[in-house]
Design a binder for this molecule. Sequence first.
Ligand SMILES: CC(C)(COP(=O)(O)OP(=O)(O)OC[C@H]1O[C@@H](n2cnc3c(N)ncnc32)[C@H](O)[C@@H]1OP(=O)(O)O)[C@@H](O)C(=O)NCCC(=O)NCCS
Length: 173
Amino acid sequence: MIGCKILPSSKPPLPSPSHSNKNMTCKSPGHKTPSQTFIVLDKELVIGDFIPGNPHIEAMVGDVNIYMNDLDDPQMAEIEIMIAELKSRGKGLAQESVLMMMVFAVEKFGIHAFHAKIGESNKASLNLFHKMGFQKISYSEIFKEVTLELPITESTCEKLHQLIGNMVTNSWP
Ligand SMILES: CC(C)(COP(=O)(O)OP(=O)(O)OC[C@H]1O[C@@H](n2cnc3c(N)ncnc32)[C@H](O)[C@@H]1OP(=O)(O)O)[C@@H](O)C(=O)NCCC(=O)NCCS
């Protein structure tokens, strides 16, 4: 359903959409640089044939980022997802993208826990991460946001691989 392109960490994620609501933010104030970014493509928007390696700008609908900025624990990653294109929401793209990024991060960086910081009123996102097994570990009264965590145990890792089992991957330089 989706294709993802891995960008070097220096490239910025897609800008937030003009329609995005303040309540939908998942970011705490302050600057963070993504350690890894995937751009999410909606294959239904690809014009012509899907060609691995072709940027397919017409089909870029969002991004998923991880941040490995915890000095005490470099193998803990904060994850963020944005499906900016409204017509591409509700198709499972966020779930698939988060899964894909988590499997990639576990395999490539040995990540042993993911965190997601989500505004307390962002029901769509809370549902998304709860559905994927994340659980609340803390709440910030100041930012009105919860921190959810998914520890990567052997069984979580197995489940991630089962969920992503039918994913088709392409490699290109
Ligand atoms: C939250 C967001 C990423 C969901 O993207 P999406 O591609 O529409 O989500 P999916 O189709 O993969 O949905 C997966 C699950 O998320 C939950 N969900 C998604 N949209 C929802 C909505 N509008 N209301 C309630 N639950 C919702 C559901 O549990 C859904 O599973 P289901 O379809 O079996 O019910 C998208 O709405 C978005 O980009 N919002 C703005 C940015 C944001 O809040 N990012 C998250 C903070 S890190």
